[in-house]
Design a protein. Structure first.
Lengths: 125, 607
């Protein structure tokens, strides 16, 4: 059970790292995937810097959690993904953004999986 | 500007102006330069110029050069001017276009090869990008600065970024295909190395109409551009580089029907027939021999079904040539109807010799599967129509190049010698042939002379520019001379390790694999345009002298060597893979590199 869950949460972690690296390697494609234009100047710097850091750090947190088996390492990626889903809903409610259901649903699923993993996998508090 | 501002904070700008203005002034065209060789010295009216470029059209693909293909409009032009039988171009398209539009050697203009074929070790050098450098001025810029409207409709292939498109290189209105080629029926790439067919209108990405057929569409756009400014008095320069007859070879059914059954005697018979026709027309000397190309398949050994299929491949090719001619005829008709024909000079040429990259066996099940992945098929019944991918076989390409040897991408005459027609009511010579050696770099200086436009000085538009090396062909058009290159003048050429040098009636050439043997040969291309007899052992001193000139050419033009194992078609595949999938491959490698340490630590800590 623990092994299966480890593999299940490792997959989105790999995807996170790949997405973060895509922002560094091919930002135009990465931007298109997220439905945004590629900016220039400071905007481009923020796009690449913030988004690459977000995804790479998110993926690495999961790996560190799996390696150390410490529950506390699960919380950062849960917060990153969970807050992203929550703030997308707020963006829709407050700022007329599109309700990106196709992105919110996977984010909630991943957050729930990580939460479950944090209860089942860790051997140390 | 007030005295106060002059005396105040603006003085550094004035100082800068004082430095810059003389430089700018020296670089502006001397528009009133005298043109003693111009056809128009007695008239203040400057001619319109229509520069038409066919793509991959072979030496004898026009009726006036010995073809069975019906090209009545180009024949009419040939009767109204001078046809060149010893005109040479580059052996591939982008280098030709760079020289055609600038009069500068392609290596100096930044286009030593098509970008798709440049290996990474050469691409590190600034002049090996395969895009038109900023150190050259196009004929369009020079004409625009001299009061011409400048239009372009067709294939560009000299750069795809906004600053490299024709709208930034002197063309006022444009519709341009940035790639090496594309489908003729829809906006679709013809090779998997391209993600899409990149068409641009006035520098912006554009989409093609539903009823697109390349030759018709490009002529429609050319007419639209010309018509948009017809009311004013300014002359125009229209550059019309067709997609025809580059692969995929496609044509409307009505034109295909004209050639069904015409090619059933096979490519050897056609090559022989065109050779005979070319001799009869005076295109090549009566005694000129012809070799049999190694790529020629044995027609008699083929099955009836295979013969039928191959004959139709060639029929579609002929139809595509005829369709191009038909639409050129529409442009001519428009110019006549609007009273612009008499003051228009037409220049027609091909960008290189015939293309022999088509598969010998095009409709195998394996190739059909590959084509299906690109939404193409090669079925007999729909060959040449929308959704069909077609190219002539290497055997028929040798007929298209008849009676010459080799093809596009090689420096044999079949790759470099192509038709050139310069025609117009104001051209003194009518229905004449010229056997004078001429080169693609000669077109720009000839257009400049025809339009009374000065060549660019050492600096133009504020920057240092390369000097034009081509010759003005007007003395030939006027009938004042029989040659514009003296016996001792030489013209060098290099393409991916293939090498050639022309001097007088002679040419040395080195063709690499797979068709060449990497050895220098010497030919008299006037008496033996088919390059049947290597004279290197009979004339060793001439060979050595020409080799020395070629060596100097490579130094003067910064020609870079290619690796011994360089193979152009393989490089296209590698570059295409890198361009289309390079970032994905890099992404996968980086992901593995990042994830792997975590995995190893995980394995160690969970033993």
């Amino acid at each position: 059970m623990k092994k299966v869950l480890s593999v299940i949460i490792a997959l989105p972690a790999v995807m996170f790292i790949m997405t973060g690296l895509r922002w560094l390697v091919d930002p135009a494609t990465a931007a298109a995937q997220f439905g945004m234009p590629l900016l220039d100047g400071i905007g481009l710097s923020t796009q690449i810097g913030d988004l690459a850091a977000f995804f790479i750090a998110g993926g690495m947190f999961v790996f560190i959690a799996l390696i150390t088996s410490k529950r506390s390492w699960y919380y950062p990626p849960i917060m990153l993904v969970g807050f992203t889903a929550l703030f997308r809903v707020l963006a829709w409610l407050l700022h007329d953004a599109t309700l990106a259901v196709q992105m919110i649903v996977p984010e909630i699923v991943i957050a729930v999986l990580l939460l479950a993993a944090s209860r089942i996998i860790p051997e140390h508090e | 500007m007030t005295l106060a501002t002059i005396q105040g904070s603006s003085w550094p700008r004035l100082l800068l102006l004082a430095i810059v203005m003389p430089l700018l002034a020296s670089s502006l065209p001397a528009q009133a330069a005298s043109m003693s060789t111009s056809l128009f010295t007695e008239s203040s009216e400057r001619p319109n110029i229509v520069l038409i470029l066919a793509d991959d059209l072979g030496f004898t693909d026009l009726a006036s050069y010995g073809s069975e293909i019906s090209t009545p409009n180009l024949s009419t032009l040939a009767k109204n001017g001078l046809s060149f039988t010893n005109y040479h171009t580059a052996a591939s398209c982008a280098p030709t276009r760079a020289m055609l539009l600038t009069g500068v050697n392609n290596h100096r203009a930044g286009v030593p090869n098509i970008p798709e074929m440049i290996p990474p070790q050469q691409r590190r050098h600034a002049h090996y990008q395969g895009t038109l450098g900023r150190n050259v001025v196009t004929v369009a810029t020079l004409l625009q600065d001299n009061g011409y409207h400048t239009y372009m409709a067709g294939k560009w292939h000299l750069g795809m970024t906004p600053d490299l498109l024709p709208s930034r290189r002197g063309f006022e209105q444009t519709i341009a295909l940035a790639d090496s080629g594309a489908d003729n029926w829809e906006q679709k790439p013809y090779l998997p190395i391209y993600e899409k067919a990149n068409w641009f209108a006035d520098g912006e990405e554009t989409t093609l109409p539903e009823d697109f057929y390349s030759s018709r569409f490009l002529v429609d756009k050319a007419i639209e551009f010309i018509d948009s400014n017809h009311a004013d008095d300014k002359p125009f320069f229209t550059y019309l580089p067709f997609q025809a007859v580059h692969m995929p070879v496609q044509a409307p059914q009505t034109f295909i029907d004209h050639y069904m059954g015409v090619y059933e005697a096979g490519p050897q018979a056609l090559r022989a027939q065109r050779h005979a026709n070319a001799i009869a027309l005076g295109i090549v000397p009566a005694s000129s021999p012809m070799v049999t190309m190694a790529t020629t398949d044995d027609w008699q050994a083929m099955s009836a079904e295979k013969k039928r299929y191959e004959a139709k491949r060639m029929a579609v090719y002929a139809a595509m040539v005829e369709a191009m001619d038909y639409h050129i005829g529409r442009l001519i008709e428009y110019l006549k109807e609007t009273d612009q024909y008499k003051k228009t000079i037409f220049i027609f040429a091909s960008d290189n010799g015939s293309e022999a990259s088509g598969l010998a066996n095009q409709n195998t099940s394996l190739n059909q599967r590959v084509l299906r992945a690109q939404n193409y098929n090669a079925d007999y019944t729909t060959l040449g129509l929308k959704g069909s991918f077609n190219a002539i076989s290497p055997s028929f390409a040798s007929a298209s190049a008849s009676p010459l040897a080799y093809y596009k991408f090689y420096v044999g005459e079949g790759g470099m010698r192509v038709p050139l027609i310069i025609a117009g009511d104001s051209i003194p010579l009518k229905n004449e042939l010229s056997n004078a050696f001429s080169f693609v770099t000669d077109i720009t200086p000839t257009i400049l002379a025809l339009t009374q436009t000065a060549k660019p000085a050492e600096r133009y538009g504020g920057r240092k520019v390369e000097a034009i090396i081509g010759r003005n062909l007007l003395p030939l058009l006027n009938g004042h001379t029989k040659r514009v290159y003296a016996e001792q003048d030489s013209v060098g050429y290099e393409l991916g390790g293939h090498a050639a040098l022309f001097q007088g009636d002679f040419k040395i050439s080195l063709n690499r694999a797979p068709l060449g043997n990497n050895e220098w040969r010497l030919y008299n291309i006037v008496t033996d345009p088919g390059e049947s007899k290597d004279l290197s052992s009979m004339m060793p001193a001439r060979l050595q002298n020409m080799l020395g000139l070629y060596h100097q050419f490579t130094i003067d033009n910064k020609v870079l060597p290619v690796a011994a194992n360089y193979y152009a078609q393989r490089q296209v595949a590698l570059n295409g893979l890198q361009q289309r999938f390079g970032s994905q491959i890099l992404l996968m490698i980086l992901t593995v590199l990042v994830v792997l340490p975590f995995y190893l630590v995980y394995r160690l800590s969970h033993k």
